[in-house]
Design a protein around this ligand. Structure first.
Ligand SMILES: [Mn+2]
Length: 416
């Protein structure tokens, strides 16, 4: 039984490990990155876990039999956590990894870096294995589910997202493992450890990259102690000498493709829609996020992107549309507000936000500097929801101002 406590790293051991390491370090003045520091602090603990893994696998803990031989598949508009998690879970439980869409440039980088074969499209795998069940990874909402997957075939869910009212509904009990951690790949890594199984080096590498991606190098507010510990474990299992270098290569790969994307593709790469019903506001808020190492490249195109945002808003019939450009190195964000409703809601939601000059758009301020807010799940959507809860109302005909603004009901609110 692996028993992990959140604060059981001995301070003295940390200091002496750090001291002996520094004495062998040539560049002593180099400032440690968050990942280096956090992984370094947990190196001994991670080594302890890894060194206790037996050479041969023996089943001692619960092994869900329905996942054996299953197809593991992540969400639509797939990302690295969905792909790495599917690969890790397929290896762990003995099944086949599949993908719900084409992969992004960050995922392609990780697959190439670790020499891992691209999972095949889920549509093909479902036909080839007509008897196999499906285990959803990194999602459980019907809106993120590949339309090729029949709900009756779902035998499991491994995820780290909120359960809201678009969650799948099944006739039979299924295997569920949902934990409030920063990355689904952290859950799979932890299960490898509790089942005393060692992932292949390249699988460990994929899961490491996925945790770095989902937690923005362990710096996102969604990061938990478990994510930090699993990163340290995977650094050892994958034999990564310089995790910061790997992270920066990966984040560069992630940003590279953005330059070639149209405004429409940028908006739809990672957009989620939240529906609200309060006394003062009934409607939906689309919230798109672009994570990049170079936000200037995107912000230079803000005029063109704002026009596309307006068209996208009309096409989807949403009340409000936001796009946040997140600099994942400097950990700061800029919010694009397409119209007066957006500016009004942004002002209510982000009182510390500052409207900044936009060259393309001199008459109205459309860009808001959000400072150090970076997470849709923890920063952006809670602030927007709170403003709506407090009685913010869209200045639009057909919407009645609240008489009782404290009555608040969220309908179909989705999360990262
Ligand atoms: Mn994820």
């Amino acid at each position: 039984m692996v028993n992990i406590e959140e604060n059981d790293v001995q301070p003295s051991a940390v200091q002496s490990a750090a001291a002996s390491e520094e004495s062998h370090e040539v560049k002593m003045s180099v400032k440690q990155t968050t990942v280096e520091r956090e992984a370094g602090k947990r190196r001994e603990k991670a080594h302890e876990y890894v060194s206790h893994l037996p050479a041969e696998f023996a089943v001692k803990e619960y092994m869900p039999s329905q996942l054996s031989g299953a197809i593991f598949c992540g969400h639509l508009v797939t990302d690295l956590d969905s792909i790495a998690g599917a690969i890790g879970a397929a290896e762990l439980y003995g099944g086949v990894a599949a993908r719900a869409s084409e992969v992004n440039s960050e995922t392609a980088f990780a697959l190439q870096y670790w020499g891992v074969e691209m999972p095949r499209p889920v549509e093909d795998v479902l036909v080839e294995l007509p008897q196999a069940g499906v285990c959803l990874v990194d999602h459980q909402q019907t809106s993120q589910l590949s339309p090729s997957i029949e709900v009756q075939r779902i035998v499991g869910v491994i995820d780290h997202h909120a359960l809201q009212n678009a969650t799948i509904v099944t006739d039979m009990p299924i295997y569920i493992d949902i934990r409030p951690w920063g990355s689904m790949s952290s859950i799979i890594t932890h299960t490898f450890l509790t089942l005393r199984k060692r992932p292949k080096r390249e699988t460990a590498g994929m899961m490491l990259c996925a945790i770095l991606s989902d937690t923005l190098n362990l710096q996102s507010p969604t990061t938990t102690e478990w994510d930090r510990l699993m990163v340290a474990v995977l650094v050892e299992l994958a034999g990564v000498a310089d995790v910061s270098q790997l992270a920066s290569q990966q984040f560069r790969a992630k940003s590279k493709e953005l330059a070639f994307l149209s405004s429409e593709q940028l908006i739809n790469g990672d957009q989620k829609i939240f529906t609200y019903q309060t006394d003062s506001f009934i409607g939906s808020v689309a919230f798109a996020v672009i994570e990049t190492t170079d936000d200037e490249v995107i912000l230079k195109r803000s005029g063109e992107i704002l026009i596309a945002l307006g068209e996208d808003k009309e096409k989807k019939g949403v009340s409000i549309t936001f796009l946040a450009v997140v600099n994942i190195v400097l950990l700061k964000s800029t919010l694009l507000c397409v119209g007066s409703s957006e500016r009004s809601l942004a002002t209510a939601a982000f009182p510390l936000g500052k409207f900044v000059h936009c060259e393309e758009d001199e008459t109205i301020s459309s860009l808001m500097d959000l400072g150090g807010l970076v997470s849709r799940k923890k920063d952006f959507v809670p602030a927007v929801s709170a403003a709506i809860k407090k009685g913010w109302s869209a200045a639009r005909p057909g919407l009645v101002r609240a008489s009782k603004s404290d009555v608040f009901d969220l309908v179909n609110m989705r999360d990262d």
